[in-house]
Design a protein around this ligand. Structure first.
Ligand code: SF4
Length: 335
């Protein structure tokens, strides 16, 4: 029965090309979840979150549709999962305002994500309040559809914890209203950056994009940072200090991982040999995604718009009654 299924919700900001870190980090998991008969998945494009850092109408519209294509290319089935634009459900913003009034400024200022974003922006840009209140919109995204499970990367865990606190706070005052959501992190993987940093991220320009051709993948991987103490082919390396090895542990098979590990330490292979194996494995992951995307792109954006339209109706039907219940409870119903 549909109402016995666990509700799963997650979203991705509409900010351009997705990369291997997005795919292996969360999107691959989205695809598996969408096929799970025990779950009802709601996957949205967080275009309202996007405007905290970018208000370029053309690019937001374009990126929204591209992300829908990405969702489907990586295996999310639009017949089973609800794919929608955050902006299709105005009640979510209404709920955000209400939750705002249950959140302290100190709680928001403590969020690591805010500190990091502010750190990056403050020299050249104004820190808008949307950056500060971003986690409350995320809480509304989660609580509005009564989500049981939220599959998110580690960096989003503080936001889900805040969501849980807000739900409990509200329930304590007004009686059971919100489901207390759990983080679904079992298969979330953190893919390291090509520049030697711990995480692949678009703003760090250290990514392999899902759309990269085999030639581009080769160029990027060959240029990437390895164990910096391994200067010559004859020097033994330390795989535990090398992002390329970490990527092998995510994308290569057991034999390959052991082979790279042992032969790096003994200088049995050079970094070029090691990277060639990784490149092949990356391309094997990307090929079916790119092929599916190519087929979808030929259908044009009308097909994407139809999915967004249908998904928007389903999501709104799910979320609006919850928001009305909340408004009723706090004494501000729609008249
Ligand atoms: S052989 Fe591979 S794991 Fe070892 S340092 Fe070179 S790239 Fe890194």
């Amino acid at each position: 029965m549909l109402d016995q299924k666990k509700t799963v919700i997650s979203g991705i900001r509409a900010t351009g090309k997705l990369h291997l870190g997005n795919y292996l980090g969360v999107m691959r998991n989205f695809a598996n979840l969408s096929l799970d008969e025990t779950k009802r998945c709601y996957f949205f494009v967080a275009n309202l979150h996007t405007i905290t850092t970018n208000i370029d109408p053309q690019s937001i519209r374009h990126d929204l549709r591209e992300i829908v294509l990405d969702y489907i290319s990586v295996g999310v089935d639009p017949e089973r999962a609800v794919i929608f634009a955050q902006s299709s459900v105005p009640e979510t913003s209404e709920l955000m305002w209400i939750l705002n009034c249950f959140t302290t400024v100190a709680e928001l200022e403590r969020m690591p994500h805010f500190k990091e974003k502010r750190g990056k922006l403050e020299e050249k840009e104004i820190v808008n309040s949307g950056l500060l209140t971003y986690p409350i919109l995320m809480a509304a995204d989660i609580l509005g559809p009564n989500a049981d499970l939220v599959p998110v990367g580690e960096d989003q865990h503080p936001h889900v914890e805040l969501t849980r606190s807000l739900a409990k706070r509200f329930n304590n005052i007004f009686g059971k209203t919100f489901v207390i959501p759990d983080i679904l992190s079992s298969e979330v993987v953190r893919v390291p950056g090509l520049d030697g940093t711990a995480k692949m991220g678009k703003s760090d320009k250290n990514t392999i994009d899902l759309s990269d051709s085999p030639d581009i993948v080769s160029q990027k991987v060959f240029k990437s940072v390895t164990d910096i103490r391994r200067k010559r082919r004859s020097d033994p390396g330390d795989p535990t200090c090398c992002n390329i090895y970490t990527m092998h542990t995510i994308m290569s098979n057991g034999d390959e991982i052991r082979y790279v590990h042992d032969n790096c330490r003994s200088a049995g292979i050079g970094c070029i040999d090691c990277k060639e194996i990784l490149i092949q494995n990356i391309n094997n992951i990307l090929f079916p995604i790119q092929q599916k995307r190519f087929e979808l792109t030929r259908q044009g954006y009308e097909f994407v718009d139809e999915i967004l339209h249908e998904g928007g109706i389903v999501a709104r039907n799910k979320i609006a009654p919850k928001v009305e219940e909340v408004k009723e409870k706090i004494g501000v119903p729609s008249y």
